[in-house]
Design a binder for this molecule. Structure first.
Ligand SMILES: [Zn+2]
Length: 90
């Protein structure tokens, strides 16, 4: 679901690249951590491994920046919703 939000081509082999796994942060903070962790993690090609952001075209870099911002906003919205529920229940 989340990986379909943004798909980029590897600048070396043109295979699809995906955002690297958010890792421990995601496990600790759940969905919010996963969203924000993904926003700040790098990209990895299934064949070439991690790809530096500067290897992508400028157009793709600006798309990535927008995608990262959307992930952070998504994380904040989820967090705000959770706090709202807690306030409503309390
Ligand atoms: Zn590649």
């Amino acid at each position: 679901m989340l990986s379909s939000m943004a798909e980029y081509k590897c600048p070396r082999c043109f295979a699809p690249v995906q955002r690297a796994q958010a890792g421990a942060v995601a496990h600790h903070f759940g969905l919010v951590g996963a969203l924000i962790g993904m926003a700040f993690s790098g990209f990895a090609c299934s064949k070439c491994g991690p790809i530096a952001k500067k290897e992508f075209t400028l157009e793709e870099q600006s798309l990535m920046g927008r995608g990262s911002a959307m992930l952070v906003v998504g994380g904040v919205v989820v967090l705000a919703a959770a706090i709202g529920v807690l306030i409503a229940l309390g």
